[in-house]
Each structure stands twice: as structure tokens, then as C-alpha cells.
Design a protein around this ligand. Structure first.
Ligand code: 3HC
Length: 312
């Protein structure tokens, strides 16, 4: 079968909603874009642990500490799940992690913003995990089998993440004026970076057209962003928080909220590594790998010794 015939047959499988599995033939470009997207998704999960992990010891009470601990542990599991999905595409864990540390691979821009107050932690749960859910529910139907199956488990846990964040903000917004003000300040700082999580506008998206054709993506960046805004406005109103966008307005004709243009200059600066916390985040990941080397060496030595004992 020629390359062209293989590609036609591959696209027919995609069009007939047949999941692509690791041992199936796939175009190199399909494999590469999956490695790119899934590895960056995994990096986002792991780097996303940093701003939240920083607040575990400063949670206001034992319950909040236990909930935040559970969430951060979940994110580690999501990262490992997704790194395993990358390995099914033939890319080693070592290579994937090195690509992050060398700056070759990206992670979500949102994690380059600092978590300055306790209200940020609730806002991250509500807005950041809320945006992630909007994107990840669609990915439960992505054409690559291992990725789609990983998403089903991850989405269940993300729902808990969003709810715990929203509950924490409900507490603050019904608390003292200072607590309410702290929640509004967090909203002001995280609203626009949360919208940026969905990626550049469709006009500027490099990969969307092909990813939609291959059903890696089911919706475009702007479609998911719009769904997120439409779903979140009422939630903010219940909290009594103001969304920092004077042009946010329901458009009956469109059946959606109109909102202001995103500051794409800021978005691309953060993506390029010039955000408030980019350097700190990458340094933390490199340090974790270096400090964890002895654990990997000990585990490898133990495994070798046990294998030798078995074969003796
Ligand atoms: N931050 C950093 N880089 C971004 C970005 C963002 N928010 N949005 C887009 N980019 C990058 C893309 O990676 C691409 O660069 P590359 O070619 O070097 O990879 C470039 O900008 C052009 O963007 P495209 O729209 O063409 O790229 P995609 O088609 O890949 O769409 C995406 C971007 C929507 C993020 C898509 O990759 C995706 O759906 N990824 C899976 C979901 C994901 O990664 N979510 C991140 C958050 S996970 C999370 O929040 C964890 C939760 O527990 C809180």
C-alpha cells in the first residue's frame, strides 16, 4: 500500500470515529502533534502543582489543607497519566522531561502567574480548572485512544477541583469585606490569563485546522473560550464578583456573551518565557529532577539486583 493509500485509509478511520491505538499505522505528523500536545498537557499538570503546592502549608484550616493536598496530588497523577500516554507514541519519559527543561516544550501560560493570596487558590480551582474542564471534556472524544481514555478519569477529578475552588470562594465572598475584596482582587488578576489558556485566536492558531481534521481537537480555541465565558458569567454573579471586562455583555442575536479582545501581546510574551514566573517555574522543575536523581538511581539498582536474583 502506498503512503497516500495509507493516509486515505487512516482518515477514513478517523471520519468513522474509530479510535487510533498505539500499534495502528498513523502519519508521522499525527504522531508528532500528539506527542507535542499530550506532553505539553502533562507538563501543565506538573508545573500547575507549583503555585498551589506553595499554599498547602498556609491553608486557613485543616479541611482546606486536606482538600488542597488531594487536589495537588491529583495533578501529579494527571501528569503521570499523560506522560504514559506520550510513551505509547514512542517518546521516552526522559526525552519528554528534557524537552520541558530545555525550554523546547511548553506548558500552559496560566501557571506563569503567581498565587499571591489564599483567594488565588480558590480562583485557580474555579477558573483555571474550570477552563481546563471545558477543554478536557472535549478531549474525552479525541481520536487517539490512550489520550481519550486518560481524559475520562482526569475529567472526573477536575470536576472536584473546580467545585472545591468555587466553594472556597463562596466562603470568602460571604465573609468579611476584606475577604470579599481579596476574592475580587484574585478575579481581576486571573480572569484574562484564564481566557488565554484556550490558546491563540482561531486566526492565529497554527495547529487547529489539522487537529480538527484528525479529530484530535473537537472544537476550536475560540469556540471553547466562548463556551467557558458563557458558563462562567452566572457563576461570578452568584459570588457577587465583577468580571474585569467593561465590554462583557449578553448578545441575544449571537446567543453568547460578547467580551473584549484579549491582550495577545501579553499572551505571546508569557508563552515566549517572559511571564512573571516562567524562570522560577522551570528552575523548580529542573531542581526537582536533580534532587530526585538518587531516588531513580536507587530504584534502578534495586530493580537490577532483583532481576539478577531471579535469573540466578
Ligand atoms: N500556554 C502556552 N502555550 C500555548 C497556549 C497556552 N495557553 N495556547 C497555545 N499555546 C501554544 C501551542 O502549544 C502552540 O505552540 P507549539 O506549536 O510550540 O506547541 C502555539 O501556541 C499555537 O497554538 P495552537 O492553538 O496552534 O496549538 P494547539 O492546537 O495545540 O492548541 C491548546 C493549544 C488548546 C492548549 C491545545 O494544545 C490543547 O487542547 N492542549 C490540551 C489541554 C491542555 O494542555 N491544557 C492546558 C491546561 S491543563 C491544566 O490546566 C491542568 C489542570 O489541572 C488545571
Amino acid at each position: 500500500m502506498t503512503q497516500a493509500e495509507k493516509e486515505i485509509r487512516f482518515q477514513e478511520k478517523i471520519d468513522r470515529e474509530i479510535k487510533i491505538e498505539p500499534n495502528d499505522w498513523m502519519p508521522d505528523e499525527y504522531r508528532q502533534t500528539l506527542v507535542r500536545q499530550i506532553s505539553q498537557h502533562a507538563h501543565s499538570e506538573i508545573v500547575g502543582m507549583l503555585p498551589e503546592g506553595n499554599w498547602i502549608t498556609r491553608a486557613p484550616n485543616l479541611r482546606r489543607k486536606a482538600v488542597l493536598l488531594a487536589k495537588v496530588q491529583d495533578e501529579a497523577g494527571h501528569g503521570l497519566y499523560l506522560y504514559s500516554a506520550v510513551e505509547t507514541l514512542g517518546t521516552s519519559r526522559e526525552q519528554t522531561i528534557d524537552d520541558l527543561h530545555s525550554g523546547k516544550a511548553k506548558y500552559s501560560s496560566i501557571f506563569n502567574y503567581p498565587a499571591l493570596t489564599w483567594a488565588d487558590i480558590g480562583t485557580i480551582g474555579w477558573l483555571v480548572d474550570g477552563a481546563a474542564i471545558m477543554n478536557q471534556v472535549a478531549l474525552c472524544r479525541t481520536s487517539y485512544g490512550p489520550y481519550a481514555r486518560a481524559m475520562v478519569k482526569i475529567c472526573k477529578e477536575e470536576s472536584f477541583h473546580q467545585r472545591q475552588g468555587y466553594e472556597s470562594l463562596m466562603k470568602l465572598c460571604s465573609g468579611t469585606p476584606q475577604q470579599k475584596a481579596m476574592a475580587q482582587d484574585a478575579m481581576n488578576r486571573f480572569w484574562w490569563p484564564a481566557l488565554m489558556m484556550f490558546g491563540p485566536s482561531d486566526a492565529d492558531s497554527t495547529h487547529s485546522d489539522q487537529s480538527i481534521k484528525w479529530k484530535i481537537k473537537r472544537f476550536t480555541n475560540d469556540e471553547l473560550r466562548q463556551s467557558f465565558v458563557d458558563a462562567t458569567v452566572a457563576q461570578a454573579e452568584i459570588l457577587g464578583l465583577t468580571i474585569p471586562d467593561p465590554n462583557l455583555k449578553w448578545n441575544e442575536a449571537r446567543g453568547h456573551y460578547d467580551f473584549s479582545e484579549i491582550n495577545w501581546e501579553e499572551f505571546w510574551q508569557v508563552v515566549k518565557g517572559n511571564g512573571p514566573c516562567n524562570k522560577e517555574r522551570l528552575a523548580a522543575r529542573v531542581k526537582a529532577k536533580e534532587e530526585g536523581a538518587w531516588v531513580r538511581e536507587a530504584a534502578t539498582a534495586f530493580a537490577k539486583k532483583r532481576a539478577m536474583k531471579k535469573s540466578a
